[in-house]
Design a protein around this ligand. Structure first.
Ligand code: FES
Length: 82
């Protein structure tokens, strides 16, 4: 069985690699054939949701964990690299 890898991009999308099925709220599946990897929007500003269209860079999106770390002054112990 192939492994799915999801990478959180700094102040950007979730990069998804591996064989996955992606469905909307009604269960309709996106055709991801020929796409071994894709990026899911994390900022909420993409006009091509659920996919990232690069808008996060234009709007200066800052991910929540970066804001929390700056506010608390110390990085949390999560995530753990395996
Ligand atoms: S994360 Fe890229 S457009 Fe939202």
């Amino acid at each position: 069985m192939s492994e799915v890898k999801i990478t959180v991009r700094p102040n950007g999308p979730y990069r998804v690699e591996g064989p996955v099925k992606l469905t909307d709220a009604e269960g309709h599946e996106w055709d991801l054939s020929g796409k071994p990897a894709f990026s899911l929007c994390r900022c909420g500003a993409s006009v091509n949701k659920p996919f990232c269209d690069g808008t996060h860079s234009k709007i200066g999106f800052q991910a929540a964990e970066a804001a929390v770390r700056a506010e608390e002054g110390n990085p949390p112990g999560f995530p753990v690299k395996i």
